[in-house]
Design a protein around this ligand. Structure first.
Ligand code: CTP
Ligand code: MN
Ligand code: MN
Length: 463
């Protein structure tokens, strides 16, 4: 016997890190079937040599008693059910599969990092979901969004239809697309969407800041297919937001990178602290989840000491300061409609009531620490979308959780609270309907604990 594995919970992870899997000759388990062990190895992406023995712990105990390896008998052998995707084990018997650890239908009970093993499938679902969104068909959109979300959480790539057995949120339409991609490497349905006139136009039009579904629909019906025709049309009227969207279009469609986000963070912190020295500024959104790029940079601002008046004034002072410096390219401040005792919203996609502003800032290249010198001729700055949210200090944990996303993670948190806990959660508060009380929290960890959920780190919320 050269090496031995004991797949029993936590210890096994430590063992796998240190053992060379190709030199393993015996795998020993306690209270697991052979199928359990093989599936577990496959889920961890561990390729053990096909020569190993799968044995019950009783064999190891007998060995230790004897002080040497004892002869392996049938009673030591672990049972493996027949499964074509797993390598056959000699001498194994066939029994019904024991259930593996179940994958939850809720994103808030899954850990979803940015390491997506199934991008081929999730990209396809994202496109199909978006197409239904453009057609305002929520009933068809949701299953594809949920399917994309659950596949993003898998620790292995799907290669055959067998691999998706037991995975939740995969209905017949979804399975059909998966099958198509497994067989042909692509989905005919996705291909059709990508060539669809309406989809292409909506995608293009909504890429302009300030253009939503209503406007895209109108322009599409009027026969427009390109942005240049729209921009130069004298009969169309544009909102301030859309005018800014066209003016800074190139900068805004090229994503914000991490170096740029960090530079914006410095600008925001400097300006905020100048007016409210005790204020806390936290980068939220995709960058807090570890993403390397984003369509904007999001920040949550709160202050333990500020009066209501000071709190309300801060975003005005900060944006006026940038305006004077010529850095404010677009600014829309939404005043707070927050009320202390308002119950959390029942809608999963409801907007919050905190004071906030949607901005476009001028970021000078000199402030960005970056290797790449991809500068445009004659322009030493880039327009960047920035969201600032101001919240009362005692609500900071709820606001942080709500503004960290992802959107799908937030939706499932609220759905879980409602359906599994009889609670109501939004960006401001958590309310227990059974006890009829608001549950307070100083940190995100406490909110997860109130909900009876294991804590999920921000970088595991990329659902
Ligand atoms: N959010 C919100 N209310 C809004 C806008 C956003 O609660 N009016 C929350 C959403 O839960 C979202 C998060 O704030 O997950 C960040 O929003 P957004 O910037 O749109 O998305 P990101 O996840 O940051 O993605 P991106 O990198 O594209 O910016
Ligand atoms: Mn964002
Ligand atoms: Mn945002």
């Amino acid at each position: 016997m050269s090496e031995c594995w004991v797949p029993a919970g936590a210890t096994v992870c430590e063992l796998c890190g240190t053992f060379k899997s190709d030199s393993v000759t015996h795998i020993v388990a306690e209270n697991n079937s052979g199928s359990d062990v093989l599936e577990w190895l496959q889920l961890q992406n561990i390729k053990a040599s096909s020569e190993f023995e799968l044995l019950d712990i009783s064999w190891l105990i007998e060995c230790m008693g004897a002080g040497k390896p004892v002869e392996m008998a049938g009673r030591h052998q672990l049972v493996v059910r027949r499964n074509p995707s797993l390598s056959p084990v000699p001498g194994s018997q066939t029994v019904p599969p024991p259930p593996m650890q179940k994958i939850s239908q809720y994103a808030c009970q899954r850990r979803t990092t940015l390491n997506n093993h199934n991008q081929l499938f999730t990209d396809a679902f994202d496109i199909l979901a978006e197409n239904y969104e453009f057609r305002e068909n929520e009933v068809s959109c949701l299953p594809f969004m949920r399917a994309a979300s659950v596949l993003k959480s898998l620790s292995f790539p799907i290669v055959s239809m067998k691999d998706i057995e037991g995975i939740p949120c995969l209905g017949d339409k979804v399975k059909c697309v998966i099958e198509g991609i497994i067989e042909d490497g692509e989905s005919s349905e996705v291909k059709a969407v990508l060539n669809d006139e309406r989809y292409k136009s909506f995608k293009l039009f909504t890429s302009v800041f300030g253009v939503g579904l209503k406007t895209a629909e109108k322009w599409f019906r009027m026969g427009f297919r390109t942005l240049s025709k729209i921009k130069s049309d004298k009969s169309l009227r544009f909102t301030h937001m859309q005018k800014a969207g066209f003016l800074y279009y190139e900068d805004l469609v090229s994503c914000v990178n991490r170096a740029e986000a960090e530079a914006v963070s410095m600008l925001v912190k400097e300006a905020v602290v100048a007016f409210l020295p005790d204020a806390l500024v936290t980068m939220t959104g995709g960058f807090r989840r570890g993403k390397m790029t984003g369509h904007d940079v999001d920040f949550l601002i709160t202050s333990p000491e500020a009066t209501e008046e000071e709190e309300q004034q801060l975003l005005h002072k900060v944006t006026n300061f940038w305006r004077q410096q010529g850095l404010l390219l677009y600014c829309d401040i939404i005043e707070s409609t927050f009320e202390k005792f308002k119950l959390p919203s029942r809608k999963v996609d409801a907007l919050d009531h905190f004071q906030k502003c949607f901005l476009i800032l001028k970021l000078h290249r000199g402030l960005v620490r970056s290797e790449e010198s991809g500068q445009q001729e004659g322009k030493d700055w880039k327009a960047i979308r920035v969201d600032l949210v101001m919240c009362p200090y005692e609500r900071r944990a709820f606001a942080l959780l709500g503004w960290t996303g992802s959107r799908q993670f937030e939706r499932d948190l609220r759905r879980y609270a409602t359906h599994e806990r009889k609670m109501m959660l939004d960006n401001h508060a958590l309310y227990d309907k059974t006890k009829r009380v608001f549950l307070e929290a100083e940190s995100e960890e406490e909110i997860f604990a109130h909900l009876g959920l294991d804590y999920i780190e921000p970088w595991e919320r990329n659902a």
